[in-house]
Design a protein around this ligand. Structure first.
Ligand code: ARG
Length: 469
């Protein structure tokens, strides 16, 4: 065997010169793919056991390989592993370390395998675990929102469209909206996870192998649902990573919208909510400031995460079958995006639990800006039997009148109202309040506290039930 310094110890047989320094630098991926060390070891353990079970290697060699891999695994876990860029990537680094530890048997591990199926396997294992961690984060985020929603089912706040005061809504209802979004995010990650959970190992370089391997055994040992059916597909596709990134980009986009609301609500202009010191930062110049930096950073995360999706789409686009080295550029954007998303989710769960609400300010704002005008129009439909279009016009005229007097709708006298619609009765005042408006909206999915309580309880039970599973 040649020394790693001159030609590559693992693939240098047909080489006599060593790579240029820049060649080595552009080729090496160890800085990035060392994060898959444990996945790589898991894949190798499964492969070695299968090679022994099928008689392709001796059980003595398999045992040596296994004990060496377990030693390396301990080194990785203790942060003692030393990686070398000259050995390119995590796969060759681990194999080289294995050779140091167990000698010749290490050279038998790569029988009936290629780095192409190896890296695809490692990456799927890594992403599968990432999907599971993200699901746990989303569940914690949902739980924090549901707890707040349960306390605030009856808290009235202005609902907005176009960021203009529209109709009063329950704060709990508003928060449960983000629980629904998080649930769809969980569904997208679960869906991506289900599809990616197939095993590429045994596809070898691209065409399969002549050795009598047992792909079902390795697939099962690694917790995959089945071996991938097409060896070219197994080594060439990265659509599984694209799916996870797409789910991550959508999830980050959902988070950014609530993050923006936290920024708005904690601004003195709104004064709807406050974050404690744990979730606020100060200004280096303005002593009075409390900034919602974490919420702003979550608001910014879709830039990085959707950027990662874009990066990988462009890397993969137009690549012919099967493996091309371009695919080595898949991991950096994925790791970055998953790190960003996990941090964003943890921050959102923390802030969702931390927020304290200024229910007086919310109630006051809910009653402003003629947010009960729709209720007035609905009253005219219901009590006076007018078509909604006419009722809309009547309510609009009453808003105009109230605006001219600078009073809320409930500040007009019945006589003043009768100048617009003579058939109006005193009963109209019963619908002219933000709370009455919110309480009246009892349709399924509506904002009435009775409905919101039902939904919050439903979610609480559902989250607990799933946690127990
Ligand atoms: N480091 C490589 C990657 O991440 C491993 C596969 C290399 N395969 C090869 N044929 N050179 O894609």
């Amino acid at each position: 065997m040649t020394d790693g310094k001159n030609t590559n110890a693992l693939w240098g047989g047909r080489f006599s010169g060593s790579p240029s320094e820049i060649m080595e630098t552009i080729n090496a991926s160890i800085d990035v793919d060392q994060r898959m060390a444990l996945e790589d070891i898991a894949g190798s353990l499964a492969h070695a056991r299968m090679l022994a079970a099928t008689g392709i290697i001796s059980s003595k060699d398999a045992e040596a390989i296994e004990s060496g891999l377990l030693t390396i695994s301990g080194e990785v876990e203790r942060g003692e592993a030393r990686w070398s860029a000259a050995l390119e990537d995590i796969h060759m680094n681990i194999e080289a370390r294995l050779r140091d530890l167990v000698g010749e048997a290490a050279g038998r591990l790569h029988t009936a395998r290629s780095r192409n199926d190896q890296v695809a396997t490692d990456f799927r294992l890594w992403l599968r675990a990432a999907c599971d961690r993200i699901d746990a984060h989303l569940s914690a985020y949902q739980a924090a929102l549901v707890a707040q929603a349960q306390s605030h089912a009856g808290t009235v706040m202005p609902g907005f469209t176009h960021l203009q005061t529209a109709q009063p809504v329950s704060l709990g209802h508003h928060l449960l909206c983000w629980v629904e979004a998080a649930e769809r995010d969980r569904g997208r990650f679960a869906d991506a996870r289900r599809r990616l959970n197939e095993c590429p190992l045994g596809a070898a370089a691209l065409a399969g192998t002549a050795f009598p391997i047992d792909r079902a055994q390795t697939a099962e040992a690694l917790g995959f649902d089945r071996p991938m059916a097409n060896s070219l597909d197994a080594v060439a596709t990265r659509d599984f990573a694209l799916e996870v990134l797409a789910a991550a980009a959508i999830c980050a986009t959902n988070l950014s919208r609530f993050a923006e609301e936290i920024v708005l609500w904690t601004s003195k202009r709104f004064n709807f909510a406050a974050l404690s010191d744990a979730w606020s930062t100060g200004s280096s110049i303005m002593p009075q400031k409390r900034n919602p930096d974490a919420a702003e950073l979550v608001r910014a995360k879709p830039g990085r995460i959707a950027g990662a999706l874009q990066t990988l789409i462009i890397v993969v686009k137009g690549l012919p079958l099967a493996y091309s080295k371009d695919l080595q550029e898949d991991k950096a954007p994925v790791f970055q995006a998953i790190d960003d998303l996990e941090l964003a989710l943890a921050a959102m769960a923390g802030m969702a639990a931390d927020l304290s609400f200024n229910t007086d300010a919310m109630a006051e704002a809910a009653g402003e800006a003629y947010s009960d005008a729709t209720d007035l129009a609905d009253f005219v439909v219901r009590e006076l039997g007018k078509p909604f279009r006419d009722a809309h016009h009547i309510a609009g005229s009453l808003v105009k009148l109230a605006e001219a007097r600078n009073v809320p709708l409930s500040g007009l006298s019945l006589d003043e109202m009768k100048t617009v619609e003579p058939d109006l009765t005193d009963d109209v005042f019963s619908v002219l309040s933000a709370r009455a408006s919110m309480e009246s909206r009892t349709s399924y999915g509506g904002t009435a506290p009775v409905r919101v309580k039902e939904q919050a309880e439903h979610w609480s039970a559902r989250l607990k039930e799933r946690q127990g599973q």
